[in-house]
Design a binder for this molecule. Structure first.
Ligand code: HEC
Length: 273
């Protein structure tokens, strides 16, 4: 495509910039900022597993503690590992950009605003669940939504290892586009599909290696949900206030409406004399 036309299209439809990055369909998650327990668990996971590499340098511990209703003392005790850190500090780490670039090939970016980018919390939720083993990569892992990723699968101990099989059984599709079923047992008829045929048909199989990972897949999905929920909160903490203030604004408007109506009637009396 002509480059200028493409640039113009990017301005008009920013979505295509993201759509262009790999065809894997994102799994959906609905953030819930009222679920404080989920946000607290997400914050805990973040501090334990992510902060070592990814700072949240636009967010302070104090604000997080207040918004998530975590007592400040508990936060300092259980979520902050550096004893010199104060509750008013920004959530930073000590990783040097140069070293990180040398170790991973790319420096881990700050993630404060990440949930506002790249497909939002859905992207994070999917990304953290789609690491798979790939011996051709320096760290031995690859990712379905972030191809050739430079980040290790830091949650592998919880999720377990996943492999991407070359072939898998998929439902056979009839010429009318429907799924073929056995006429007697009405079970879905499957057939083996391999390699690029799988991708063309929209299948991206990931299979967990039995006996790896300390969590069941449901438990792991919940952990990642909470983490994505927390990162959604961090992306714009004011969102919490906004919904609360919004309710007051609507109540005020409803209240004010009565007086505006009465005042309007008074004025009407004047000019209908
Ligand atoms: C050992 C260091 C390390 C840890 C720990 C780590 N990451 Fe990463 N992460 C990286 C690196 C390096 C990249 C850059 C990868 C690249 O650009 O190829 C990255 C990239 C990312 C990205 C993509 C950023 C982008 O460019 O869009 C996200 C999101 C992310 N990490 C989230 C997390 C979360 C959530 C955790 C905690 C569960 C975590 N990371 C833990 C090193 C780390």
């Amino acid at each position: 495509m002509n480059r200028r036309l493409f640039a113009l299209l990017l301005v008009i439809f920013p979505g295509i910039a993201f759509a262009a990055g790999g065809g894997y369909p994102l799994d959906h998650m609905t953030p819930n900022l009222d679920d404080k327990a989920s946000l607290q668990r997400g914050a805990q996971t973040y501090m334990n597993y992510c902060l070592g590499c990814h700072s949240l340098q636009y967010q302070r511990y104090k604000r997080t503690a207040d918004d998530l209703e975590i007592p400040e003392g508990l936060m300092l005790e259980h979520m902050v590992f550096d004893p010199n850190t104060k509750i008013g500090d920004l959530i930073e780490n000590n990783m040097s950009k140069e070293n990180a670039k040398f170790w991973f090939g790319a420096a881990p970016p700050d993630l404060t605003l990440h949930s506002n980018l790249k497909g939002g919390p859905d992207w994070l939720y999917t990304y953290l669940r789609t690491f798979y083993e790939d011996d051709s990569r320096p760290l031995g892992v690859n990712n379905l939504v972030f191809e050739n990723v430079g980040m290790p699968h830091v949650l592998a101990g919880l999720q377990g290892r996943q492999v991407r099989p070359e072939c898998m059984q998929v439902p056979r599709i009839a010429s009318n586009g429907g799924v073929v079923r056995d006429p007697i047992t009405i079970e879905i008829v499957t057939e083996e599909m391999c390699g690029t045929d799988l991708l063309d048909a929209g299948h991206y199989p990931l299979v967990k290696v039995e006996g790896t990972g300390s969590m069941s897949s449901d438990e792991y999905d919940t952990l990642v949900y909470d983490l994505a929920n927390f990162m959604y909160y961090v992306g714009e903490p004011a969102r919490m206030d906004r919904t609360r203030i919004g309710v007051y604004v609507l109540l005020f408007l409803a209240f004010f409406y009565v007086f505006a109506l009465l005042l309007g009637r008074e004025y009407e009396k004047e000019f209908h004399k």
